[in-house]
Ligand binder design. Structure first.
Ligand SMILES: Cc1cc2nc3c(=O)[nH]c(=O)nc-3n(C[C@H](O)[C@H](O)[C@H](O)COP(=O)(O)OP(=O)(O)OC[C@H]3O[C@@H](n4cnc5c(N)ncnc54)[C@H](O)[C@@H]3O)c2cc1C
Length: 115
């Protein structure tokens, strides 16, 4: 998300399918990390946050990418899916609908992971 003195944030750096509703959340957390990092450079001449900007963001981004991918595979029908894949999808939906543990994990991801 960095090239020399150019920093990317939000959709310009990464794109997610809408199923996880994560695009704006990620853009806001990138901006939060970047603002912290720029402030540290100008106020304390500390470059550690700017140097770790990409890594800090990407840790969060890949979790959101994973969740968005999971929600897409849970909620969409794909024309090339064979019977096995359709049954697995049905079993997954049944599991989400009936397991408190799974519902908590899904809610944790939907609400948003900590910054
Ligand atoms: C229908 C829809 C529903 C969504 N629902 C959700 C949701 O529920 N939850 C969620 O978290 N995310 C959601 N998103 C995703 C979210 O809107 C985006 O991920 C988020 O807005 C990205 O923010 P950004 O600042 O990176 O980009 P943008 O919001 O796209 O901002 C980029 C800005 O740059 C401007 N711009 C472009 N080119 C130039 C130029 N050459 N010069 C000057 N300005 C320029 C554009 O006009 C725009 O204002 C949704 C998106 C869509 C389309």
């Amino acid at each position: 998300m960095r090239y020399k003195r150019l920093f990317l944030a939000g959709d310009a750096a990464h794109i997610v399918p809408p199923t996880g509703a994560k695009g704006l959340n990620l853009a806001a957390s990138d901006a939060y990390y970047l603002a912290q990092a720029i402030s540290a450079v100008f106020n304390s001449k500390n470059e550690s946050l700017i140097d770790s900007y990409s890594d800090r963001c990407l840790k969060r981004i890949w979790k959101a990418e994973r969740f968005s991918w999971y929600m897409t595979s849970l909620l969409h029908k794909f024309p090339n899916d064979d019977l096995f894949s359709q049954r697995i999808q049905g079993a997954e939906i049944d599991y989400v609908a009936n397991s408190k543990a799974m519902q908590m994990a899904l809610a944790e991801n939907y609400i948003g992971l900590p910054l």
